[in-house]
Design a binder for this molecule. Sequence first.
Ligand SMILES: Cc1cc2nc3c(=O)[nH]c(=O)nc-3n(C[C@H](O)[C@H](O)[C@H](O)COP(=O)(O)OP(=O)(O)OC[C@H]3O[C@@H](n4cnc5c(N)ncnc54)[C@H](O)[C@@H]3O)c2cc1C
Length: 375
Amino acid sequence: MKRFITNGCGDVLLVLARTEPEFSDGRGLSCLLVEKGPWVKVRRLEHKLGINGSPTCELVFTDAPAKLIGQRKRGLITYVMSLMNGARVGISAQGTGIGEAAYRAAREYAASRKQFGVTIDTFPALRELLCDMSVELQASRLLAYYSSKSVDLEMGLSRRFEAQKGTEQAQETRRRMKLYAGFNKMLTPMAKYYASEMSMRAANGAVAVLGGSGFMKDYPVERYLRDSRITTIYEGTSQLQVVAAIAGVMAGLYKDVVADVLEGVEVGAELLGALAEVNKLAEETDAAVEFVKNHPEGRMYQDLHARELVDAAIGAVIGALFVRFASKYPEKKAALDYWTAVKFPALRAALERAKSGYTASVADFDTLAPFPPAE
Ligand SMILES: Cc1cc2nc3c(=O)[nH]c(=O)nc-3n(C[C@H](O)[C@H](O)[C@H](O)COP(=O)(O)OP(=O)(O)OC[C@H]3O[C@@H](n4cnc5c(N)ncnc54)[C@H](O)[C@@H]3O)c2cc1C
């Protein structure tokens, strides 16, 4: 049985299944192809919070004939993992798209809705909210595009390496391929995590801007709010994106990414202040990483504070992307300045938490999160 299968009603099913009973972990899984037939039944279509245009199926397989794809035992470890970069980049585009739709709806509504004789987009609180939505949306797009480029480079260099094998150039191609492969292990979960969480904030913000109308089916924003939620769940939840990104953050890879983003960028005098802020945040992240590395609770402490470190590293990478962007398009300086002035203080507060040594959420779990009393 397989649950939660998108388009499970299709003609062809790519199935990850256990073929090696002696292994209970990922090594026992292989990739199989199953064609539609009486051996696969869609037991039910799920009733969901959102994405109701996408059928999510529960499938039951009964003695289904299947063809092995690739080699046995490599289903999860090699094949699914190699699909993950593409899947994460795809969801980062989906989250960015929902964020864009939500922002457009909110921006247009705020310019037309009048309260007390003026349009609501004149109120500072709404201006702040719309600026936040706009800048986060731009940030998400920058990170999604940069990650896509990096994944493209890894794939292109891998093909070039195969063609160059045995030649002098092959070593250099291999070095660059490995560099981007390393980046992508950290970057694609970052892009997926940031864009999907951003899409929820944007959709929530749009509902807020539309007020009571936002709660109604008359406008599309309630749907954006429902549809955005899945982007933080499928292809790996946000927590698992943090788990995937933290190794790169602990290894300081985000600093190499920042350097890669800024390579060849001519930073004018007007951007030097913002660039210094980005570098400062990267250094502060570094200090928090060191603290976490040396904490006596080891892995538990790292797991507890991983999100704060990943958030700060994302903040620095996006900061560098904004610097690069603003160096080409001067009108983008305002978004860069907003990013450093408004977002960095919150990231610094998170880094302080990571350096606080606080472990009660794990150590005093039952006290802090008691079971609800029996009815
Ligand atoms: C609409 C929809 C469509 C889907 N389509 C497909 C599809 O086509 N094919 C397919 O194979 N799957 C599909 N899925 C499955 C989807 O990928 C999983 O539901 C998702 O990855 C979460 O896994 P789970 O439901 O088992 O949750 P769980 O793994 O049980 O997670 C529950 C909670 O525990 C947290 N958690 C779990 N492990 C860790 C950890 N190590 N560290 C910290 N927190 C952790 C999670 O973040 C989450 O908050 C779909 C799901 C939905 C809802």
